[in-house]
Design a protein around this ligand. Structure first.
Ligand code: MN
Length: 131
């Protein structure tokens, strides 16, 4: 099954298009946001099965957004994969310690990215309202 709804949070239009195209090609449905603030609203409204969260965003950053998602009953069980620029100081270990369910660096490796999306979705199948 690959028709799950995935929320893409990314302020860079090219990156957003790439994620959208590769996910839709695989049969996933997508919804998008350029800011964390908008993403919080969309997460509550559309209950995505997974969120891809850019860390560097205008306004609220992705780590703060994750904390907000986790503090809300409606969104706390939705798995979130951090998507960060490789040049940044974050790494998989620190991002998982922050509470993210997965981690990918930009530029993304398509195969690895899709594998992680599938893995995180499978791990969270049936664990909450989001499924
Ligand atoms: Mn960004």
């Amino acid at each position: 099954m690959a028709n799950e709804l995935i929320l893409i949070v990314e302020d860079n239009e090219k990156n957003r298009k790439l994620l959208r195209d590769v996910l839709q090609f695989k049969g996933y449905r997508t919804v998008e946001s350029e800011t964390a603030e908008e993403a919080l609203r969309l997460a509550q409204e559309s209950r995505p099965a997974l969120i891809l969260m850019d860390i560097q965003l205008p306004g609220m950053d992705g780590i703060t957004a994750l904390k907000q998602l986790r503090s809300d009953q409606r969104t706390k069980k939705i798995p979130v994969i951090a998507v960060t620029a490789s040049a940044m100081t974050h790494n998989r270990e620190t991002m998982l310690a922050e509470g993210f369910d997965g981690y990918q660096t930009k530029p993304i490796s398509l195969k690895e990215f899709l594998e992680e999306v599938r893995k995180v979705l499978d791990l969270h199948q049936g664990t909450g309202e989001a499924s």
